[in-house]
Unconditional design. Structure first.
Lengths: 726, 162
């Protein structure tokens, strides 16, 4: 077995092994979360070995190596990429080890899969852990053979003596290695010597995903558990005025009908839960409920009204982002001979992971155990402990595979629901949301409005560039941070200076907060997904206004940023840009840096009827060191598909507090026959690794709409749009 | 509650459930095979796809009462005993799955397609898979894997016929 399937079993095995094996080695390091650098600590003498402090590597005397992955896998491949960083330096092959997902305990530090940060933040720390363990094993072998360390080397789980045919397995060495001091500064491999990093090694968990054995949260079964289906308020925030549960409780299999709550960071809402001995019975019971809802002030939630407020807010600049503020835009606009303005609107969106939200929770005797698909078990521990009023060390999270998440499963309302119910009935409860719950209840990507203003000089160069962000703040609503006298620091992503190094002599980004009670959250690539639509579309408008080629226009303004230039030049080569242009083809370009990686797209469209068809999508990504090139290509394809869906398919609208969409018939996502051919090129370099799970998405909508403009002369400024009728 | 006899993956199962229980929940909760997934509950996404006498159906919207005892049902667990069906092998070779949640349904739909159409065109693939959503967007890798599986099945059958 490679990638973890049933966490509970693995954990039990591990504890059994710990108990049976007198000597083994577990290595971890402190201060992961606060980034104080790497400090390796030998845990061999801890009374609860592997439990007390950061255990990432476990080797027992039989030679079995277990690697702990503290970044849940939602499809992006962290169950390979993170342990691979350890394995590379530890000199074991991934197919020799068992991979276990961390359980949320504090010893692992931050365990969030989010912000495309898994590999970029773990690259050096995880390699250091692997290198330190390897040095101890090699030292142990050298001691046993009475030879210098330089006469030994490690390979594939064994230490060899150079030029001799003798070797010792890690299992034979672990007892003596555990007694050695832990190297504080282990030597990392030269990237040229990597045998796994940078290779397209098959992902270890994939076989389990083609035969039905991969365990998702949906597949968890705990003895004695009841299934819960919850009637959520149709207008999200409504309260339960009264309910009749008699018919439901009389229904086959139904055990309890309970008034319950859904706790979100900014609000707690009421609901009614039906608990039964099978999910179908719970669902049927829920349909028999007769609930009278009492509307609340939040029932005026309305997306149309919200966007009108955004338009109003966008009439003047918001709070300025100081770091990117350049020159004096007001003066430049006043003196410019050409000023153009345009506004770009992006809708609220649901994440719609294929696996609806679900969680199995057992609260008993002041302790709680969770089996669920969650993006950050550590932050869930904190939330659950606070919610239930128990100590963090009494919370244990068994992270399953996530059947998609895209940000949604870092919001734990559904887990808290199961905890609330389990506490009431003193039994394990499995809450399973319906697709309708997932589509209608939020949280959603916030709708945003980019108000753009640009000035050109007589030579057609950009003299001044302004981007006014208008919309809701995730930091404010989800994290309750006041955004009163300053811009939202998170919301500038994708258009801040490091992400958008265009050399505008005068520049201003600003943010106007428009609050909403509609639950909001990060959605794959977050504000970069909305900001870049305005930014890269408007750059294109300016290029056309200046009668310049949009690619050359960008290259000219990115002259000081060699990695951006390389990506654009590679894109031009990959797509045969000049040739396509010479043939009169409509090819739209966009480039975006987000989550420390640069991704550029060229989308070719052809006019058909009143709309266009997408003929081909070319993409180039520079994500620094490429851990698994094939997986990076897969992630870029994934982002392109999700970005196209967001551009041409779906939106969430809310009227009187009620979401208007409910399932895949009215919240459509692209299907097999609707996907254009996609070609991805991954740049090779030795820059620090950047993100991969999200950076492919932000350039999609602007590249597409820039192509649509070339094909039809029409500028799309509101998403989604009907591609067959522009 | 009524008793039903169904044949899943070549094995007979007796279940005692309400007549409107969707086949999906019978397979998952009663028989305990969880490779078949719940995605939408309305037959819109295809995550719950199983084969009924060789043809893909959406088990989330197929009541148990519509299944006859002699019907042959195949779920992902029954496609092969050792993950060695050519479609499964192609899926591994092309590294198709990302989150993997929709893949049981995709693989069964493809197995059925190749059974009746050993050399499908891209258009055939689009039609056969129109009912199966993949939110991760593995569509292009699936298409590659389908063509590869078709090729390997054809060369296998040629070898057999020789």
């Amino acid at each position: 077995m490679s990638a973890n399937t049933t966490k509970q079993t693995s954990r039990r095995d591990f504890i059994k092994i710990s108990a049976q094996t007198a000597a083994f080695l577990a290595i971890g390091f402190e201060n992961l979360a606060n980034g104080k650098g790497v400090k390796v600590k030998n845990m061999a003498h801890e009374p609860h070995i592997g439990v007390e402090i950061n255990p990432y590597v476990l080797i027992n005397e039989s030679g079995k190596v277990t690697l702990f992955n503290a970044r849940p896998d939602m499809g992006q491949g962290t169950s390979q990429s993170i342990p691979m960083l350890i394995a590379e330096e530890l000199e074991v092959r991934l197919d020799q080890v068992e991979i276990v997902t961390s359980d949320g305990s504090a010893k692992f530090g931050s365990q969030l899969s989010g912000g495309s940060s898994s590999v970029s933040t773990r690259y050096l720390p995880m390699r250091t852990v692997g290198a330190a363990v390897k040095e101890m094993l090699v030292q142990a072998a050298a001691n046993q053979w009475h030879v210098p360390v330089s006469a030994c080397y490690a390979k594939e789980g064994r230490v060899y003596q150079k030029n001799k045919s003798i070797s010792l397995g890690y299992g034979e060495l672990v007892a003596s290695a555990a007694k050695l001091p832990v190297p504080t500064n282990p030597i990392l491999k030269n990237p040229a010597d990597f045998t796994q990093i940078g290779k397209s090694i098959p992902r270890p968990e994939i076989p389990s995903k083609v035969n039905g054995t991969a365990k998702f949260g949906m597949d968890v079964v705990i003895p004695g558990m009841l299934y819960a289906s919850i009637a959520h308020a149709p207008s999200i925030h409504a309260k339960v005025k009264s309910y009749q549960g008699e018919k439901a409780i009389a229904s086959q299999g139904v055990k309890f009908v309970l008034k319950t709550e859904r706790k979100m960071p900014h609000a707690s809402t009421e609901a009614v839960a039906v608990l039964a001995d099978s999910y179908w019975s719970a669902l049927k019971g829920k349909r028999l409920l007769d609930i009278e809802w009492e509307s609340t002030a939040a029932d005026d939630m309305n997306t149309e009204k919200y966007f009108n407020q955004l338009k109003e807010a966008g009439k003047s600049p918001g709070f300025e982002y100081k770091e990117s503020l350049t020159g004096d835009v007001n003066k430049a606009f006043a003196g410019a001979n050409q000023v153009i303005e345009a506004s770009y609107q992006t809708p609220f969106l649901a994440h719609a992971p294929m696996e609806p939200e679900n969680a199995t929770v057992y609260v008993q005797d002041g302790k709680v155990e969770v089996w669920a698909p969650v993006q950050g078990p550590d932050s869930l521990v904190t939330e659950l402990a606070a919610y239930l009023g128990i100590k963090k060390e009494n919370v244990k999270i068994n992270v399953t595979f996530l059947g998609g998440a895209f940000g949604r499963k870092a919001y734990y309302d559904y887990v808290l629901e199961a905890a609330h119910l389990s506490k009431q009935i003193n039994a394990p409860v499995k809450v399973v949301w319906t697709r309708e719950d997932d589509t209608q209840q939020g949280p959603f990507r916030p709708g945003m409005l980019s108000v753009m203003k640009g000035a050109l000089d007589a030579q057609g160069k950009v003299l001044a560039f302004e981007h006014r962000l208008n919309g809701a703040s995730i930091l404010n609503q989800v994290f309750q941070v006041p955004i009163d006298n300053a811009p939202d620091p998170w919301a500038e992503e994708g258009i801040n200076l490091p992400d958008s190094p265009y050399t505008f002599p005068n520049r201003r980004n600003s943010f106007s907060l428009v609050k909403t009670k509609i639950p909001i959250l990060w959605w794959r690539s977050v504000y970069a997904s909305t900001n870049l639509f305005g930014q890269e579309s408007f750059i294109d408008e300016l290029a056309h206004q200046a009668k310049k080629d949009p690619l050359a226009f960008r290259l000219d303004m990115l002259a000081g940023s060699p990695r951006f230039i390389s990506v654009l030049k590679k894109l031009a080569e990959l797509s045969n840009y000049q040739q396509l242009k010479a043939q009169g083809k409509a090819v739209g370009i966009a480039i975006a840096r987000s989550f420390s990686s640069i991704c550029a797209l060229a989308i070719v469209v052809e006019k058909q009827g009143n709309g266009v068809v997408i003929k081909k999508v070319y993409s180039v990504i520079d994500c620094g060191v490429a851990i698994n090139p094939r997986n990076i290509k897969a992630q870029v394809q994934s982002n392109i598909t999700m970005g196209l869906t967001a551009a041409i398919k779906n939106e969430i609208t809310v009227v009187q507090g009620q979401t208007q969409q409910s399932n895949f018939h009215d919240y459509a996502v692209l299907r097999q026959g609707e996907i254009p051919e996609i070609e991805v090129f991954v740049m090779t370099n030795n820059e620090a690794p950047g993100g991969v799970g999200e950076p492919g998405l932000p350039p999609v909508a602007p590249a597409l709409c820039n192509a649509v403009f070339l094909a039809t002369g029409k500028r799309v400024r509101t998403l989604p749009f009907d591609i067959s009728n522009v | 509650m009524s008793k039903y006899s169904i044949k899943l993956n070549g094995k007979k199962h007796l279940v005692d459930v309400a007549s409107d229980t969707p086949l999906l929940w019978v397979i998952r909760d009663e028989i305990g095979m969880t490779g078949t997934k719940f995605g939408c509950g309305m037959g819109l996404c295809g995550a719950c796809t199983v084969l009924l006498n060789g043809k893909p159906i959406r088990s989330c919207s197929t009541p148990i009462s519509s299944i006859k005892p002699e019907d042959k049902l195949i779920s992902i667990e029954g496609l092969s005993t050792t993950s060695s069906h050519p479609v499964q092998l192609a899926w591994i070779k092309e590294q198709v799955p990302q989150c993997g949640y929709c893949q049981s349904g995709q693989i069964l739909a493809v197995a059925s397609l190749l059974d009746s159409n050993p050399n499908p065109t891209d258009q055939d693939i689009d039609t056969a898979l129109a009912g199966n959503i993949c939110r991760c967007g593995t569509y292009q890798d699936m298409r590659k894997a389908i063509h590869a599986a078709a090729k390997s099945m054809q060369s296998q059958s040629k070898t057999k016929s020789k």
